[in-house]
Ligand binder design. Structure first.
Ligand code: 5GP
Length: 197
């Protein structure tokens, strides 16, 4: 999606060689207009697939998923919780996510009453790196007996393995910008649009 790529080029910063910092529009300050455009793009790419629920993971995924939901007929958005909370039901599906950046595993949870076998689910997230967050969400969707229709990602880091792993396992993955290289001089290189599959 060209407008997202333009925004990344204009405002994205590279940290430690492999982290793309996009705090000005995606991870801290939020560009809701851009998110809504992303929603319309996902709706085109997943058209006619009967998606009735969007699943994401706190924190940054929530903002994007919320702005994407109107393009899917205002379907419910459910976010997996990372933190123990008194508000969370005792009956939960849970799975473990390994974070390469923090080198720790943490549990994510979704209350059983918000996901069931009738659901046709689209996973939405801000970044795809090694794919561990998406794999854990996929695991929870499987536990619930729901159907995973596809995965919609704002920014995929093509130089990490997540995209390859998910596509090889047959998942319909759509990434709106695929970053192929983060160069030392600060240049951000995208994968060819034609190969943006
Ligand atoms: P994965 O589970 O695919 O390895 O990592 C996905 C999660 O890590 C994303 O939801 C995002 O929060 C975080 N992440 C991974 N790489 C980056 C990055 O380059 N920039 C930012 N802002 N977040 C990242």
């Amino acid at each position: 999606m060209q407008s997202l790529k333009d925004k990344i080029i204009k405002e994205g910063r590279i940290v430690d060689g492999k982290i793309l910092k996009v705090d000005s529009f995606l991870n801290h300050q939020l560009d809701v207009k851009l998110f809504e455009e992303m929603g319309r793009e996902f709706a085109k790419r997943f058209e006619g697939q009967g998606i009735n629920k969007i699943i994401t993971i706190e924190t940054s995924g929530i903002a994007i998923a919320t702005a994407v939901a109107p393009a899917f007929d205002y379907c419910p958005v459910v976010f997996a919780k990372k933190h123990q909370s008194l508000n969370l039901d005792a009956e939960v599906y849970q799975s473990s996510v390994y974070s390469f950046t923090k080198q720790v595993s943490y549990q994510i949870k979704i209350a059983k009453k918000y996901l069931n076998e009738k659901d046709r689910v689209l996973i939405i997230d801000d970044f795809l790196a090694n794919g561990k967050a998406v794999e854990a969400l996929e695991d929870i969707i499987r536990q619930a007996g729901a159907t995973l229709v596809g995965v919609g990602i704002a920014i995929e880091k093509g130089f990490q393995d997540g995209g390859k792993l998910l596509r090889n396992s047959g998942i319909h993955l759509e990434s709106l910008a695929i970053v192929e290289l983060l160069e030392e001089d600060g240049t951000i290189v995208f994968k060819d649009e034609q190969n943006d599959l």
